[in-house]
Design a protein around this ligand. Sequence first.
Ligand SMILES: [Zn+2]
Length: 200
Amino acid sequence: MLGRRLAGRKGIRVGLLGSLVWLVVAILLADRSPRPAVQAVAVVCAGLSGTTLPDLDLLLPLGHRSGLTHSLLPLALALFATRWRPVMAGLAIGIGLHLAADTFPNAMRGFATVKLPGVGSLGATGSYAWLGMQALAATLAGAVLLAAALPIRLALVTAAALAMVGIAYLFATDGGWPALAVYGAFGWLAIRRRTVRVAS
Ligand SMILES: [Zn+2]
């Protein structure tokens, strides 16, 4: 997802600042009102934020595709206050989307690989494993947190809204299309399993 992004550094900054704005909005909403509908909006705002949040490493002295931001670590934010749990749910799903797209670079080298402080680049295989596993973990964590944060019907509506965010994001970003295919395959399996379970 970098080629297009490097085309305009200014564009990157605006996108990253947007990510922070969505995050602040999500936290304020979750913090101010315990009403499920407000919490649901907070989840979606956090989801929007999560799709670009990992690339904040571009503004920090971390080196791009830092393993600190390209991981579940930003979710630790929600440990500050239990009221922020819905934010954690949305962030997890958004970060999952970002990492899923980052798992499919044009070539896993240079900028595309994951870097850890004190370790340096994880190399191609290590980066695929890191991004793939963190994407999977973030998505699963997001689904569990979402189901726990909201009444089931509202959770399903919120999941549908996040799916729209995900499709729009993956459609437009480098590496998004193969990631979209993976999400589609998992979604299809999940629905099939449920149908089989209901039928038997
Ligand atoms: Zn990234």
